[in-house]
Structure formats: structure tokens, C-alpha cells
Design a protein around this ligand. Sequence first.
Ligand code: DOR
Ligand code: ZN
Length: 370
Amino acid sequence: MTSSDRLVLRRPDDWHVHLRDGAMLKAVLPATARTFARAIVMPNLRPPVTSVDEAVAYRARILAALPEGVSFQPLMTAYLTDAIDPGELDRGFREGVFSAAKLYPANATTNSAAGVSDLYNISAVLECMEAIDMPLLIHGEVTDPDVDVFDREAQFIERHLKPLRERHPRLRIILEHITTEEAVIYIRESYQGGDQRIAATITPHHLHLNRNAMFLGGLRSDFYCLPVVKRECHRRALVQAATSGLPCFFLGTDSAPHPRSGKDSACGCAGIFNAFHALESYATVFEQEGALDRLESFASEYGPHFYGLPLNADTVTLVRRDQPIPSRLLPPQSARVGDDTLPESEWPLLFHAGETLAWCVEINGHSGPN
Ligand code: DOR
Ligand code: ZN
């Protein structure tokens, strides 16, 4: 095995993940915690995480669901509503409970009904966040039903993000899971113009898929997520951004598991479950672009820099070895005991199911996610 067949990386973090709660949390958390040292945990539970106490309790449930011996730090976020109290955010941020706050435009996506209906309703909140330098994480899509679903991100940038940044120039913003060339250009030009207060996360699925995937041989809810995957030219723009070496683009998987019944439905849920092989999935794209030497900074350095957090000291190893991806993985033993377990029939399909990835993550000499 040559050195190009083994890649030792500083341990990465996932800057955007849905860990869910209850049985699903127990089932999916080991996948994230195995590879990633920290993760920004989305607050769109039912009901959403809107207070410091709820975030503390959710964090405790995550830590309780961790497999023994695994080190993992959940970084909690607050779910912004029209009525959220700036004082609550301020306290949560100062106490080290909240790492950021998440803006879901009301009804933009899964569990976002309690989100923000008009950005002007949270002006005082945004001013407070600006003052304490608390990052704002944005689901960047307009919800106007007259706007074509494929144009909603680009429209959000024009209608909401640009004016928002004029009103709150010191606010630090991450545009989450970007999907379009327009978003890539906006973030890149901001960065290159000397503005380091905005960045974007990029998911593995938006690097691999274009919108044809959703219609391959029928209607495929397994490839449906929000923002929805776009045309090939947008996928290419995302690949170039991720592999560009620019610090304004970094890893955020947006791994979003749904029970099988939520996908196998006439109205399939939005979300792709990629946590089990996320790093291998990114590595595949970086290798195709001849940019494996840039994977570490994308996965393990630019995120902590943006959040002002230290880099992880430990490492993970990517080994070049064919890895056939099954449809589902059996829940780890820890998720199969007790009442709170996910029936096997409800296990979410894995991203890349049926494909063979050329890399395996090895932790302390062990490969495979279980
Ligand atoms: O595809 C998605 N799934 N996009 C989101 O914004 C939310 C997420 C979820 O929570 O399922
Ligand atoms: Zn998400």
C-alpha cells in the first residue's frame, strides 16, 4: 500500500447534521460520532429547540446515546421563531450552550412551521447576535409558492440575504447546504472581496447528484432533499467550490434520516441519510477532481476557523479499499436494547446504497461503521 492509498487527516467535524431524537437518535448517532469529533446539531425537532433548557436537555440525550468510548461533542443551535427572546439567545451563547442560531424561513422544509415568517420580526434578535458575534445559520430558500422550487435559493439571496447583510453588516452568517452556482458566486465574491463574515457548507449529496437522480426510472424520494438538488451545471459549481481551497466553503453533511415509512409515501419526506459514509463520499469527489490534498482543510480546518474553535488534535485514516455500500446497516447493539428502538423496517436507506466507494474510514485500525 503506497502513501497515496492511505490518507491520514486531522479528525473532521460536521458543521450541519440532523441527529433527531429518541430511537432514531440512538440509531444514527454512532455513525456521526465515529468519524466526526464535533457536530453542529440542527434544532428542528418536534417541538423545536428554542430555549436554553431545551438545548441542555437535548444535548444530554445525545451524550447519553453515545456508544461507550467514543468522544464526540454536540454543538447545539437555537431554532429562531418570530417570537424568540434575544435575551434567551444571549444567555445561551454566553453560557456556551448555543454555538449558533438557525433560521428556517417558516414552512421552507421539515419541521419549519414554527420558523421565521418575516425577517423584520427578528431584527432585535439579529442585532443581539451581531453584538455578541453569534453565527446565524441560514436555510436559504424563499417560501413564496409562486417561485419555482429550483429557483428558491437564488431568489433568497437576492430578496433576503443581500438586504439582510446591508442591515446587519457585522453578522456572521453561514449559508447552509448551498445548491446553486448563484450561491457559490455570491459566497466566493464576498470572500474574495475581503468579507470573511459569510461562508457556506456543502453536502456530499449535492456534490454527487443532479436533479436527474430524483427521476431515474420513476419518482425517487430517496434523492429528495431540501434545497432540492439542481441541474448538472450547479453540481459542477459546487464541486469546484468545495475543492477550490477557499476557506469560505466547508463540510456540512446535512445528514437527515427519515424512517422508511416517511420516504415510502405518496408525499415523501425531504432528507438524505449520508452519515455512515460521509467522509468516503467527499473523498470520492475530491479524488475525481485531483484535489485530495485539499480534503483536510475542507473537512477539518475551515469550519473551526469560521466558528473560532480549536482544530481537533486526533486523526482519522482514509484507506483505499473498495467498500460496497449496503441499503441499510443493522443498528449498533446499543440501539437495539430497551424500548426505545427503531424497528428494522424503519431504518433509513443509506446514501450511495448499491454503489462501491473506493475509500474506507479507519478508526484505530478498525474499518466499517459498526
Ligand atoms: O432535506 C432536508 N431535510 N432539508 C432540510 O432543510 C431539513 C432536513 C430534515 O430535517 O429532514
Ligand atoms: Zn439540514
